[in-house]
Design a protein around this ligand. Structure first.
Ligand code: TNX
Length: 527
């Protein structure tokens, strides 16, 4: 007789039910241990604030086996830098591949001209994250935003607990201004390449793209040149206060320029003339009017020196120096200084600027100078850098020059934050400049006579008469340079102090993770 239990089909169904129940239990258990679903952080914390960022109702968790893949070999260095940031904290291998698909994808798409020279589109879906740019610079900036989508612990140098989860959504972004700079005065006090690397790392993260190096002044000449080796052997050997000074060898400079370029930062070298030239005059006796070689200047006074246009060696000096600097500099700009030439007659000033201008343009570079350049007919094809007197950049702009804005009372990062700043560094001649004032102005409206179309951008300037150590330098630059980066990058609409200090507050922990000093201003609710 046939017994039902012996029926093979029925047995299979019953066993399958048991197996299914077990599987279900396993799944429930697994999902309890799995990362939470649903949206992660909305994107209201990004700095600089992007042109547009919309989160959708979902999330993406970076899988431990994720790869970073690129659509084009030119993006490999960018992918490697991103991997280098994400590996230590996640503990993931994050290999860089050229497959063009995977969890993290960097894509170069020249047809996306809507994204501009530096813009990007970043999309996050539940399966992965894609950065798209029409240029490598755009893709690089997209990867900086990617870092900010993750919690601050992603910047840590040691393994941190995950899961590494971000919201789904889209960022579409690009800069308001082309020139987003930071000037560092390495002449008054010398700062070596290692310190500049730290500054470049942070500035590039916040989408700043010009490092203006104030390489020469009364107190020091910091760039070695074959044309006049004495400039550094003599002029590089001291600094404010009489310390040992220092200079960049030609190899140091080449390395620095390359390090910056990999991070889409262009080095703009400044050779300041005809004033601010004591270090040159002290190094090269043939430059002195009366043959009297001045002693090194280790003080902090400005406006005491001038090139002597009347001696024949001056023209050769200006030509040889600027031609060699231009040849060493891949960027498009050479800064000729031109500021505070208080010992130079107007005619000599014009003559000196003409010499410099000729050498720079003959080398195929574009002239940038401080606003006093307006007194030597700055015009089309030139850039003037505003710092004090609105009439000068306004006149230059009227004649067709572009303007970079570094108004001293907002953008001079050697100004103290506040009278009670607990740091014995910096000065206050242009006023105190806290985290909010340095950020709370509109570059497009700053100079009434200069329309936004003539404004090339914004630059913070850190002068170092009263800033002597790397710690002090970083504390004066950060976090104010972030505010200037935002003015240079973000749209003017949506500018809100409350929102800004809230966003800034998130970055204290990133600075801590980087080991970079910043001023913990009391106006910011640091977290
Ligand atoms: C003005 S700004 C200067 C510098 C000083 C600075 C100090 C400018 C073009 N010249 O020589 O270092 O003030 O804040």
């Amino acid at each position: 007789m046939y017994r039902g239990t012996a029926c093979p089909a029925a047995t299979l169904v019953r066993r399958w039910r048991v197996v299914a129940r077990l599987l279900l239990l396993l799944l429930i258990g697994a999902s309890c241990a799995a990362p939470p679903r649903g949206p992660a952080e909305p994107w209201t914390h990004l700095l600089p604030r992007p042109a547009s960022a919309i989160t959708t109702d979902g999330g993406f968790t970076l899988p431990p086996g994720a790869a970073i893949s690129v659509s084009d070999p030119t993006l490999e260095p960018i992918a490697s830098m991103l991997a280098g940031t994400l590996r230590p904290s996640t503990g993931y291998a994050l290999p860089v591949s050229a497959t063009g698909s995977g969890a993290l994808v960097l894509t170069l798409d020249a047809t996306r001209t809507d994204l501009g020279d530096e813009g990007y589109e970043l999309t996050v879906t539940s399966t992965g994250l894609t950065v798209r740019g029409a240029t490598p610079a755009g893709v690089f900036y997209g990867t900086q935003t990617v870092r900010q989508l993750f919690p601050a612990s992603i910047e840590s140098a040691t393994v941190q607990p995950g899961p590494w989860r971000v919201s789904t959504g889209t960022v579409r972004d690009g800069p308001r201004f082309a020139w987003r700079g930071l000037m560092v005065d390495v002449a008054r006090h010398f700062f070596g390449p290692a310190e500049l690397h730290r500054v470049i790392d942070v500035m590039a993260h916040f989408k700043l793209n010009r490092l203006h190096l104030h390489l020469t002044d009364d107190q020091g000449w910091r760039l070695q040149l074959d044309a006049r080796p004495a400039l550094t052997s003599v002029g590089g050997a001291t600094q404010v206060g009489g310390g040992p000074g220092g200079f960049y060898s030609k190899a140091d400079y080449a390395e620095l320029v390359q390090y910056a370029a990999q991070r889409f930062v262009t080095v703009v070298p400044e050779i300041d003339l005809p004033g601010h030239t004591n270090a040159a005059l002290a190094s090269l006796p043939e430059l002195d009017c009366d043959g009297g070689v001045p002693p090194p200047d280790t003080g902090t006074m400005v406006g005491l020196s001038s090139l002597c246009v009347g001696v024949p060696a001056t023209a050769a000096f200006v030509h040889d120096v600027l031609t060699e600097v231009a040849a060493m500099t891949p960027g498009a700009w050479i800064h000729l200084g031109g500021d505070e030439a208080k010992q130079t007659s107007p005619a000599d000033y014009q003559a000196a600027i003409a010499l410099a201008r000729d050498a720079i343009t003959a080398s195929g570079k574009q002239v940038i100078g401080w606003e006093e350049l307006a007194r030597a007919d700055a015009g089309p094809g030139e850039i003037v850098q505003h710092w004090l007197d609105p009439a000068l950049p306004t006149a230059a702009a009227t004649h067709g020059a572009k303007v970079v804005l570094s108004p001293a009372r907002r953008a001079y990062l050697d100004m103290q934050y506040a009278p009670d700043q607990p740091l014995d560094v910096g000065t206050f001649w242009a006023g105190y400049d806290d985290v909010i004032t340095s950020w709370d102005w509109d570059p497009g409206q700053w100079l009434p006579g200069v329309p936004e179309t003539q404004v090339l951008g914004v630059e913070g300037a850190v002068w170092t008469e009263y800033i002597a150590t790397p710690d002090q330098l970083e504390t004066m630059i950060f976090p104010r340079a972030l505010g200037l980066a935002e003015l240079g990058w973000s749209p003017s609409s949506g500018h809100s102090t409350r929102d800004y200090v809230q966003r800034l507050a998130d970055f204290g922990s990133r600075f801590d993770a980087w080991g970079v000093r910043y001023f913990p201003a009391a106006t910011v609710p640091w977290r």
